[in-house]
Ligand binder design. Sequence first.
Ligand code: GLY
Ligand code: MN
Ligand code: MN
Length: 443
Amino acid sequence: MAAIPVSELKKRRDRLMSMMAPGAIALIPGASEKRRNRDIAYPFRQDSDFFYLTGFCEPDSLLVLVPGRAQGQEILFCRDRDARGELYDGERLGPDRASQALSVDDAFPYNDVEEIVPGLLEGRDRIYINLGDYPNFDQQLLGWVANIRARESGGAQPPGEFVELKHLLHELRLKKSAKELGLMRRAAAITCEAHIQAMQTCEPGMIEGRLEAELTYVFMKHGARSPAYPSIVGSGENACVLHYVENVAQIQDGDLVLIDAGCEFEYYASDITRTFPANGHYSESQRVLYDIVLAANLAAIDACYPGSNFNDPHEAAVVVMVDGLLELGILSGDRDHIVTSESYRQFIPHKTSHWLGIDVHDVGDYRFEDSWRELEPGMVMTIEPGIYIPRIEANNHVPKKFQGIGIRVEDDVLITKDGCEVLTSDVPKDADEIEAVMAGVGG
Ligand code: GLY
Ligand code: MN
Ligand code: MN
């Protein structure tokens, strides 16, 4: 069962229903198991929206919210008990126990969806659903609505409108509760320990996957069942591949190693990147570039406070990195022109932030119409500036000593009433401190 109390889960559903238009219905399907091969499934992970509203982690579930319905507003469909299935896959909650355990008004076997949901849709004006998430379910739903329409002349009332549920639900998910923040702090703490362990284990000659194993070990040792996304362990030029996950290369003496990894703890993600020297000492050129990225990370964190907008940290980071690259002669020309034309993207190809929560790239709007949205207390975002100089023809003009280097420094930041709290400060990012931790001092 989820670490979020049932009372909070219920409050989330109440809040969502209070945001829905009168006469509406919301459908939130859970995830299904995905076949890997033969009769083996990929590890199951519940749909994030469904999880947010129920904390229920079994496949083949559906939550239906019908605000104002006298016979019950919250209806859950879940797998029936089944002795044979439970012999293989473990105990199922089953509908008989679900309504009390999850504090919903009613629960039915998932197999009854066809029979029951069309009756719930009839007479409702508006259907809230995230279309496209589950195309098979969408088809089923369209079929039910078409059936009601076909009976319109006999007095049936089909829903007239489909509305994206995410506009309501994802706003709720964006602002984290105290309980959620507790889980995110834990996810961050476990991930900090894992990064330190990887730094202290690293030796030239190891395969990158050896460090991935350390990360996974620390995650799982502390009860995180999996990473929040495939761990990136990129040594040398592999650090320039933004989502490098092969992790099969041998780490060379003199390489930097970029690790971007975070655990998922009780369904909440963390997301940290550190870039450290394989042999424990940054070379002079590595250190110069590293300090630019670190300064950008710090400048971006300084721009994280209520009232600042989502893009302000990115703009602060870009200016620091462009100035640094100009000073090293890696970029040339007019600073303001480089910034406004975004020609820096040759070396700074990605943005600095994304929301963080149940999903690593969490939900919630980044913009309202033409403007970036304001940061508010309770939002959690990453700060992850990076500079990448792969050995490609376009970079021939860059001094050789800077080629083949990729550096990113990523933290998770909570916006607070007075500013922000860095959730990931337990893993060092100052170059001297990283060297000290790798030498076994502190950490
Ligand atoms: N690990 C994916 C990201 O940093 O966005
Ligand atoms: Mn990351
Ligand atoms: Mn990230």
